[in-house]
Design a protein around this ligand. Sequence first.
Ligand code: PHE
Length: 347
Amino acid sequence: MQDLSELQRQIESIKAEIRQNAGELKNSKELYELKKNFLDSKQGKLSQLMKGMAQVPNELKSQFGKAVNEAKQWSLTFFDEFDTKLKEQELKLRYESEKIDITMPAEKIKPGKLHPITTVRNQLVDIFAGMGFSVFEGAEIETDFYNFTALNTPQDHPARDMQDTFYLSPEFLLRTQTSAGQIHVMESNKPPIKIISPGKVFRSDDDATHSPMFSQMEGLVVDEGITLCDLQGSLNMFVKQIFGEETTTRLRPSYFPFTEPSVEVDVSCFQCGGKGCKLCKGTGWIEVLGAGIVNKKVLENCGIDSDKYSGFAFGLGLERIAMLKYGINNIKMLFESDLRVLDQIDE
Ligand code: PHE
């Protein structure tokens, strides 16, 4: 037989237990577990009290039930309030631990960009494609025949000394000039021919403005009635787009075995406008490329009728154009891949 004062005693002792246990809780997860100990519908200590109901006389049953329910209600409120308190503390700790200093400088992300030589090559290809030229990709390993002999530079020709050649064998070499591509193109195409051919070339040469490997771009046009005027007209179009609208060209007599007449092409100094400055060494002009009218012998070597057709050819150094355009005074800067240097070159 249960009496109500015994029940009250039990309830008070459970409440005391709840308060004491709650004082030792570290986080809301532990609170959840504790809550189960008392309120779980089967095992919970408060729920268990209801089992005593069987022994309670009928007239006391409602008071008994009320007392247990009140105790349950009390504990629910107690646990809720305690839970809120714990969660607030946890949030505060989380904020502390995840605190970030928004005044700290961010790590810079550098986007990649094209190498200046690639940029210059792309620009040149675009410009000449705009004039109707197509691109021919030659090979870096050539035979002596294509690099020299067919270009009217036989074995004993003194012009071979103009270019210090890397021979791989008596027959094979690393091409010294993209001009080797001229022969391939003329052998396998009939005029009209209008190509450019960018690529790497190799010469045993090494100083501030020369490197054993550098890049050239060849141009070749063969058709009826091609003259030096066509050459200069095409080159004018190109220099204006690369160095500025005011830029012009002048042709100076020169010598290449595969062109006759041959010329060196200068551009008017785009820095001083022709008055004379450090860049143009006071002359108002800067040498940029070699060119000429394709030697009749070269046309004939390729089976092209030199009475009917004529052509012009030119060859320019991409590094030289890039150095002029970006104000670089040592060619090595273009090959060292030093980002401190390359980052400063802006298109
Ligand atoms: N191949 C020559 C050189 O490398 C340049 C050139 C090309 C000259 C075409 C005339 C015609 O020096």
